[in-house]
Design a protein around this ligand. Structure first.
Ligand code: CP
Ligand code: NVA
Length: 334
């Protein structure tokens, strides 16, 4: 029997908010919207909608993805840096939420506490999308999975290895997103940065289609057989004081040519390198606060297995899908 999937009016705060059908519906819709944009068709799915973007932390991709995706389908987006508005200073989060709920159709929030985005959703009365908090980065995972699917034609049965800080917003989200898509997910991280056993257990309980979750500390053993190697910055936004400590803990976890070789898939070419970006990869860049590449070598970042810019582009198509799915009656059939 066919089931109609609709997410109209819903928020996206973590990946656990979505059922299996809703999850795959967003991915399918993103594929459709990407084809539509590539074929030059201008959309009207979000005509007349207004989107607020409240950002407490910096952003290149996520901010631009919301703005361009909104414009592509007829909506407008207003950027509200926290220093531009009264949010959380002269006015409580709950009051700001209730005001913005009267003006806008949806709110994207990027910031520190997960509690803030939950409060916005609870008090605004409109869909709220988590554009990254200290704990989760759910919209990124859709772009990551879309890129994997474009490369391998499937998700189920693949081995996805994340190498780096084992308890940041990115790995938390990937742990759920990959295992519920039927992948073998490996969180490769030092003991000191291992995820809590409760979170790992929760991800295992939500795994589907044969998906699994493992935590492995030895990088060479962890990447053996990987189809996808993924890394993220070693120090997330808001943790800048931990820089020296993290470099010390993670320097053996850099994704470089030797680690790529350890997958055993370089010869067959059955390998993909992904990074949510921004990345410290270039020995010559002046933005790296230390000399040299950190989480990924320049050779890997610029090499034949890297699709990090396709992945960045897919942020826009997937964020568009999330907005269309939650703001309109556009629905899928499963
Ligand atoms: N990947 C990602 O969220 O990038 P930005 O910080 O540039 O938005
Ligand atoms: N873990 C990173 C992700 C950036 C997209 C951070 O929070 O800074």
């Amino acid at each position: 029997m066919e089931t109609r999937v609709t997410l109209k009016g819903r928020s996206l705060l973590t990946l656990t908010d979505l059922s299996d059908m809703e999850f795959s519906y967003i991915l399918d819709l993103a594929e459709q919207l990407k084809r539509k944009k590539k074929s030059g068709v201008r959309g009207h799915l979000l005509d007349g909608k207004n989107i607020a973007l409240i950002f407490e932390k910096s952003s290149t991709r996520t901010r631009c993805a919301f703005v361009v995706a909104a414009s592509d389908e007829g909506a407008t987006a207003e950027y509200l840096g926290v220093n531009d508005i009264h949010f959380g200073k002269k006015e409580t989060v709950a009051d700001t939420a209730r005001v913005l709920g009267r003006f806008f159709d949806g709110i994207a929030f990027r910031g520190f506490k997960q509690e803030t985005v939950s409060q916005l959703a609870a008090r605004s009365g409109i869909p709220v999308w988590n554009a990254l908090t200290d704990d989760w980065h759910p919209t990124q995972v859709f772009a990551d999975l879309m890129t994997v699917k474009e490369r391998f034609g499937r998700l189920s049965g693949l081995t996805f290895v994340y190498v780096g800080d084992g308890r940041n917003n990115m790995v938390n989200s990937l742990m759920f997103g990959c295992s519920r898509s039927g992948m073998r997910f490996v969180n490769c991280t030092p003991k000191e940065l291992a995820p809590s056993s409760e979170l790992v257990e929760q991800a295992r309980l939500q795994a589907r289609f044969g998906g699994t979750v493992e935590v492995i500390h030895d990088p060479r053993r962890a990447v053996d057989g990987a189809h996808v190697l993924y890394t993220d910055v070693w120090v997330s936004m808001g943790e800048e004081t931990k820089f020296a400590e993290r470099v010390k803990l993670l320097k053996a976890y850099q994704v470089n040519q030797a680690l790529l070789e350890a997958t055993g898939r370089v010869k067959s070419g059955d390998l993909l390198f992904l990074h949510c970006l921004p990345a410290y990869h270039d020995d010559k860049t002046e933005v790296t606060a230390t000399s040299g590449a950190l989480e990924v070598s320049d050779e890997v970042f610029e090499g034949p297995f890297s699709r990090v810019f396709d992945q960045a582009e897919n942020r826009m198509h997937t964020i568009k899908a999330i907005m269309v799915a939650t703001l309109t009656s556009e629905g899928g059939v499963s």
